[in-house]
Design a protein around this ligand. Structure first.
Ligand code: HEM
Length: 466
């Protein structure tokens, strides 16, 4: 096994496993746009209207979860060094997730079939369980003690909690509402979904991936663990205070204090880390991360003001800025690196130095490099204007810009996947190459076919930082 700076790229799963998620995710962004066009201003009346919940989950599950599932299946073997067991389950996870989101949307917005929400519970429950069991098995088997691995474990447990509550809600829509504190349950679902499953995963991945992309020092392990501890105390403590205390009591605010301490330490660590980065160029990925961080900060301010103002627009704006401004920016930034890297790694890396192969930046279309970020920025700005004005033309513009953004991403995927390795006959005779061991004796610095293996040694960080 070769490993590079803590990475284990030889453990990467086959290309089709993560890519089926990446290709489906933008289609759900397009469906979100269609839902905006169909329901228009009705979506912005009250957050718990069925069509609003359905549209929120086209983004939260169809777009965000879809990309995160694909990325985790890809990243766990590479970052933690263990393959996710039972890869044959992955196509089932994908199929059930697609079915679950589609039937949840149809069940909440139409009366096509009385059992639609039952299918949704089956689809989403099946997808999340078939995803989390192998992922947790892998994450607990790895000898790695890296904070990224710990963050992934916390995030995956949160996803299970989110599913449990979401399943209860769907059951209620189908069979009548239970006598439970609904506000507290929805807040817990929201908290574990947004701050737990999504937030912790992003924070954890940033510990390892951002230093790699920007050639910076990782933040001290002690700081990373403190951040994760404060964040986890919030995720456990806040639901308890929602049930057992009220906003007038100091204990209600204690978990929030842990959370803000964690956020402050995280912010400071990121500023120090990025300030000291060796790679000063701000490429598309970093631009997306910066937009994500800025939106994350704005959504925190909106979260705090929500508890004070208790206004519907505040809640919509918080959801929009968090889901589209913060999370989607970071996902898009990651995809701009992951897509060309995976295609290059699976199809061309072993041919490096043997035949002419494309560079990694040849696998991203110039059109996407130029327009993906501005289009996304436009989506975020139009979303803010649509929420604040609730004006139909603004919602239509938002939908059109979402379609443009998703189409660009689909084009990028199509473009990258269109690069095929050379035909067999164009390749050198590998059998004789491997029988001939003289290349092993090549002296350091000599041009040698051994360069094909350099991806496993010092060249890898530079390749990622193309
Ligand atoms: C895993 C399967 C999931 C199911 C079955 C599910 C289901 C639901 C349901 C039925 C509601 C409405 C609650 C009510 O009417 O009281 C809801 C609300 C919500 N869920 Fe989920 N959910 C799931 C996952 C997620 C995830 C992963 C996220 C975030 C990443 C999320 C974010 C939200 C938000 C933000 C709301 C509040 C909607 C609003 O304010 O308009 N959900 N969920």
């Amino acid at each position: 096994m070769f490993s590079t700076g803590g990475l284990h790229i030889d453990q990467a799963p086959p290309l089709h496993l993560p890519f089926r998620f990446f290709v489906t995710a933008p289609i759900f962004l397009i469906l979100t746009a269609v839902s905006l066009l169909v329901h228009g201003q009705n979506l912005l009346i009250t957050p718990l209207a069925p069509e609003t919940i359905a549209t929120v989950h086209l983004i939260a599950l169809g777009w965000i979860c879809m990309v995160m599932f694909g990325a985790m299946i890809q990243m766990i073997p590479v970052l933690a060094g263990v393959p996710v067991p039972w890869p044959r389950l992955v196509p089932w996870v994908h199929g059930l997730l697609v079915m679950g989101v589609a039937t949840m949307y149809l069940g909440l917005t139409t009366q096509i079939h009385p059992w639609m929400l039952l299918f949704a519970s089956f689809g989403l429950g099946g997808a999340v369980i078939l995803f989390t069991i192998p992922v947790l098995k892998g994450l607990f088997q790895t000898p790695s003690r890296h904070p990224t691995v710990m963050a992934m474990r916390i995030a995956t447990f949160c996803l299970l909690g989110v599913l449990t509550l979401g399943g209860i809600f769907l059951g209620e829509y189908a069979h009548g509402f239970l006598d439970m504190d609904r506000i507290a349950l929805v807040m817990t679902h929201l908290l574990w979904g947004l701050m737990g499953w999504v937030g912790v995963l992003i924070v954890g991945v940033s510990f390892q991936v951002l230093p790699m992309f920007t050639m910076a020092q990782e933040i001290p392990r002690k700081h990373a663990l403190l951040i994760l501890s404060g964040w986890s105390l919030f995720l456990i403590g806040q639901p308890l205070t929602l049930y057992f205390s009220n906003t007038g009591q100091w204990i209600f605010w204690l978990p929030t204090a842990f959370f803000f301490a964690a956020i402050l330490l995280y912010g400071k660590s990121m500023v120090v880390m990025l300030g000291g980065r060796k790679r000063r160029k701000i490429d598309a990925t970093l631009r997306f991360w910066f937009l994500g961080f800025a939106s994350g900060l704005v959504s925190l301010i909106l979260m705090v003001s929500w508890t004070v103002l208790d206004a519907e627009w505040n809640r919509f704006l918080f959801g929009g800025v968090f889901l589209l401004g913060c999370v989607s920016s970071i996902l898009l930034g990651m995809l701009m690196k992951i897509i060309p890297f995976l295609v290059w790694f699976h199809r061309f890396s072993r041919l490096a130095g043997l035949v002419e192969i494309p560079m990694m930046d040849d696998l991203i279309p110039p059109l996407a490099l130029r327009w993906q970020f501005p289009t996304h920025l436009l989506v975020v700005i139009l979303m803010i204007m649509a929420v604040l004005s609730n004006w139909e033309p603004m919602i239509i513009l938002l939908a059109l810009s979402l379609i443009a953004e998703a189409s660009l991403l689909l084009y990028t995927l199509w473009f990258a996947l269109g690069h095929k390795p050379p035909q067999q006959e164009a390749l050198p005779d590998f059998d004789s190459f491997f029988k001939d061991t003289s290349w092993m004796a090549a002296k350091p610095g000599e041009t040698s076919r051994a360069i094909a293996f350099e991806i496993g040694t010092s060249k890898f960080p530079e390749i990622i930082n193309y």
